[in-house]
Write a protein that binds this ligand. Sequence first.
Ligand SMILES: NC(=O)c1ccc[n+]([C@@H]2O[C@H](COP(=O)([O-])OP(=O)(O)OC[C@H]3O[C@@H](n4cnc5c(N)ncnc54)[C@H](O)[C@@H]3O)[C@@H](O)[C@H]2O)c1
Ligand SMILES: [Zn+2]
Length: 665
Amino acid sequence: MNPQEEINQLTDQLNELNYRYYITADSEVSDYEFDKLLEKLQQLEAQYPQFIRNDSPTHRVGGTISKEFEAVNHRFPMLSLGNTYNAGELADFDERVRKGLDGEPYEYICELKFDGVALSVWYENGVLVRGVTRGDGVRGDDITANVKTIRTLPLRINAENMPAVFEVRGEGFMPLSSFESLNKEREDIGEALLANPRNAASGTFKMQDSSVVAKRKMDCYLYQFLANEEVFESHEESLHWMKKAGFNVSPTWKKCKTLEEVLAFIDHWDIARYDLPLNTDGIVIKVNSIAQREILGYTAKSPRWAIAYKYKSESASTTLESVSYQLGRTGNVTPVANLKPVLLAGTVVKRASIHNANEIERLDLHLGDTVFVEKGGEIIPKITGVDTSKRSLAFEKVQFPTTCPECDTPLIRKEGEANHYCPNEKGCPPQIKGKIEHFIQRKALNIENLGTETIDLFYQKGIVKSPADLYELTKDKLANLEGFKEKSINNILSGVQKSKEIPFKQVLFGIGIRFVGATVAEKLASYFNNIDALAKATYEELLQVPEIGDRIAQSVVAYFQDEENQAYIEKLKAAGLQFIHESTEIVVEGNSLEGKTFVISGTFQNYGRDDLKVKIEANGGKVLSGVSGKLNFLIAGSDAGPSKLQKAEKLGVQVITEEEFEKML
Ligand SMILES: NC(=O)c1ccc[n+]([C@@H]2O[C@H](COP(=O)([O-])OP(=O)(O)OC[C@H]3O[C@@H](n4cnc5c(N)ncnc54)[C@H](O)[C@@H]3O)[C@@H](O)[C@H]2O)c1
Ligand SMILES: [Zn+2]
């Protein structure tokens, strides 16, 4: 290949990888490989500038803006960071800084490189007015309503030396704990799992409904302050100021005066970072003095005064011994690789996830292959490649099964879906047991004293074959089972008894309609009020419910058309479960709100909107639908409508928070 051809080929390849990384979230190569390819292109471009293409990935930030949000021009471009993977390259960076500053002394601030999405948040007169994504670096998506759901981000601040207009930047992220519970929820309702917390964060910040974003408990660490005028002399000062003003600044940063101190910081966090509540993929080294930053300046893509040191995600090679196929509650079949045990990032790895049949095809897996496994942001390691030079002709290609490994029913793959699943919902043992486990979990019927093993036993003995059978358990039936003492029998029976008090929304979640998670169940319960109305609802009616889309509506209709499901619901009704929605119990404090009028806007910490309405009325107040001059109070939640707020301000209507409202009671 001649240099021009090579430049063309690398440009195309990197643009494609960028697209996959930022848009479809299914990158095929590790960050390390990506960065090496980019470096190669950079070198070629430096040598043959006449061949640089206009769409070269070396000249611009990799993301894009989307159609769903308003695009906003950044006041200061949001750049990327140059990166290094070893101490030698870091020393080169330090050398460039030294030369650039012409012998002046300088110091660094080292921070962790948080693995989320960059956010820019604008304040005017201390009030949060805008939240924007990085986008292509020049323009980003206006996601203000979503950014406002971040609880640690102040909506209003009042700090010393605060310029009228300023901007803070930081990394929006989904804490690991939220990520895990979100994926657990998705698994529960048969949805594909999110690949890693970064993709989850970027997807969440781009959702249309900010009340869903609010539920996901996003967070943000701030690491940059920007204003038209010079407010601070050093980065350090700005970090202290942001902290004092109430921003969430991670306390992990450190001032380093020498390269040795920087390297010690890198070593320390290489291990300590695993104890943090979020993923990190390296550290960022920044020149501390703002004046010196100006001297050093920028390239088209990144500042010359900062660099990222990225930790190489550890990889190991081992043998693929077999592939097993696991069946989830909703019949999803997931292939899992069984590996010859190998040490990876401090733990022995025996299994790796392969996601689905496409992935087996893409990797062209053969049993006996030498495979590379990597631990990235995910908890379970994954296979990233195959060393085909080590493949022998005798190795057999991995074949995704055509029938269910548990019940032999032919597997189904819906058009457009990557997953195969077993349609034998009512006769496939893991699906039946999974349904019972789903039914008894805390967020559903909350039946204590029943574990996986007990359910397994009940199922094997033929005592419980559906959640409805739980309500036919008796002392006699259980007394014959080995290992069950009177006390544990009583506990199980009383747990079952207590579940009859569990509110309808949880029952609805528990019965396990595909795609109906806890949140959706709550929405359906309060919209339709009872199971009969829900069962009669047409596809079109279901689409009227906020946040209910095509897929859920279809699934609900199909569920209630099935006669066996109808019989199952009847059985549960006969057992005495709650099938009517009771809005949350409202405590009436008195008539302190007598004669006062309210408008509700936004989402609230302690109340659903309907609950809040009932609460106001129960205490003598009146809820109006629109803001007018006659209105007394606008209760503004975390993402209250800006037009309502403006109107209230204009008309002199008092705007109060949830806490202020509670004080009125
Ligand atoms: N595997 C692939 O296919 C693929 C494709 C494209 C990009 N990538 C990876 O993505 C990287 C490019 O992404 P990028 O342009 O977003 O750069 P980057 O993520 O490497 O660095 C810039 C970003 O770091 C973040 N950051 C976190 N903590 C920070 C801190 N304390 N201070 C400042 N910034 C901080 C900010 O969001 C900032 O936008 C590449 O280096 C590559 O590794 C991989
Ligand atoms: Zn099956």
